[in-house]
Design a protein around this ligand. Sequence first.
Ligand code: T1G
Length: 701
Amino acid sequence: MTEQTQAVVSIELEGAIGLVRIDNPPVNALGAAVRQGLAQALETLERDPQVQVVALYGTGRAFSAGADIREFGKPPVDPKLPDVCNRIEACAKPVVAVVHGPTFGGGLEVALAAHARVGLAGARVGLPEVTLGLLPGAGGTQRLPRLIPLEAAIEIISSGRQVPAEEAQSLGILDRLSQAEPRQAALDAARAVLDGSLPTRRTGDIAVAIDPATIASAAARLQKKRPALAAPIKAVEAISYAGHPIGEGLKAERALFLELMDGPDRQGLIHAFNAERAVKRIPEAGAAPRPVASAGVIGGGTMGVGIATALLQAGIKTTLVETSAEGAERARAKVIGNLDGAVKRGKLAAEQRDRLVAAFDTTTELEKLAAVDLVVEAVFEDMAVKTGLFGQLDRICKAGAILATNTSYLDVNQIAAATSRQQNVIGLHFFSPAHVMRLLEVVVAEKTAPEIVATAFELAARMKKVAVRSGVCDGFIGNRILAHYRKAADYMLLDGASYEEIDRALEDFGFAMGPFAVADLAGLDIGWATRKRKAPTRPAEERYVAIADRICEAGWFGRKSGRGYYLYDDAGGRVPNPDVLAIVEAERAANGIQARTFTPEEIVARYMTAMISESARVVEDGIALHPIDVDAVFLFGYGFPRHLGGPLNHADRIGARQLVERIEAYAREDSHYWQTPGLLRQLAESGGSFNDLNTANSDGR
Ligand code: T1G
């Protein structure tokens, strides 16, 4: 007999067993309807004299991925998840939970409130709330430490990491594992409870001693992290109450949870979570992707090697083309070195590594790419070289083969025009190292066919990358914006701030590295080449800072040459390069500048206002589809502080009006560089926000 209590939760009676099924695609998020259904199901089954044991399970790909993120920031709807969990734990009859797939956050908390837990093959559990600026707010901080050692509970909760089923069982989160399907596993578990082979107990009844020293050292460790976000620290504080009676601990957990819910990080981190998904909503999403089973990579430099590694790790048979046998051999060794590195880091099984090596080939003959589905070129950044190569590929490659360029700024339309198959040409702008960085800018040329765009996005997913759709312009999304705000840093340097102060101000703001340290890491010669390329078209009224040119003229290219803005020691430490300080002084004198001081706040304000301005123009020009796409580019490609959600999410916190006022004030010094973008002015006048411009449900507000 099956009685529908709620569309998303249903009850099925099998003899003395009451089955409760959660069915709320796509991931059984615990929205209001599910919570109401669970509460009602427990009520019904507890009352039913025929029922002796209750078994919870989920359909689809997960028992439950947790609370419904889309409800955050909105008025809470009863029953709240902690109440549902407490209801499960208090049930007069034994309740067993069967978890499968990604069982995270509130999903795991529901299972922890059950009286026993069974995990299915492939299940992974976790409490990732801290990655959303929250803490497990439905009993996780009180129940997990009652089931597993304190240090393990602290590590799992403060990191938010995923725990594979086998580890979860060995720790004590799961009581047993099963290979069955969810419903069958629920029946088996219920029968095991009835025959006594699966012991049950209320987690909340377990008494544990919480060692204050362990809590204190965990808190101290978290305080030292940069940035020291509140969520993990408050989560450890909540755990410290697990030694109290469960009712008291739950109250303390709730209070700390609500503090974080109202805190600044939750919105930014959920915006970042949504950004990774919102970027998939492209106009070409409905087009049918083409199969990509084989690929060619042209160029065995850093980018080509990284791209070949990424393609191989996505399961794609790959041939790398170099101009010489030695070059091909060098590239082969580096690709295999990357795969061996992945094995060493435990990211790749040894036998899988062997399969990938077997799927990898190198050659000096372009003709070997005649039958591949996709070619990605990563040759010298020169239009003549690229158009010549695409002309050759057009003649060599099979009909339907996709020809992609990895150029970081050249006009993809012009490259496409060198072929007779412009509809099959696209930009795939990888970020170095290409097998590590998650961002991939998919640059759509005028004639690129929709299915080619859809294929690029599917390929990105296979490479576990975040693909962001970009139009064609110099630098696409990220590098175009970078080229603009970098100038703000150079202007402040020339006007009196030290580059060490600028780097430190932005690192304290949340960037992993400041702009000058980043430039040293990337190589100062790269920016030098870009400035030379742009020199002929640089507007006369643009203020030019020659400090970086002087450094490059001295042969100092940053880390790769051991010195740039900084001197580097073997341990990776950095100190300002005294010779550069002299260059800065000389350039100030040559420009007649009386150095002035900048506070860290002003440094961040100018730098962020410049980044936001060009980001707004990139959206205005239609290069990026939505503001959230620009946020994704900076979160996944430029180390933007994740808890701020990206430059345009951060802009909403500053407010369009204040940003316009800042630009107008700065424009009094330099009206060419500081111009108010039209879109920003519109938002200031209408009182709107960048997030208003994102698609309907792309933000967690
Ligand atoms: N709430 C609402 N929607 C969710 C969701 C959630 N928790 N998780 C995923 N989705 C949507 C997602 O937006 C996408 O929608 C679709 O499901 C597929 O997701 C009280 C407060 C589970 C590993 O942090 O980690 O519980 O774009 O594309 O790559 O203590 O989703 O198709 O419209 O990511 O296979 C804690 C978050 C919440 C888990 C699946 N839980 N989710 O990954 O698919 S806070 C989490 C994930 C909480 C309690 C606290 C992943 C996944 P759309 P997807 P996937």
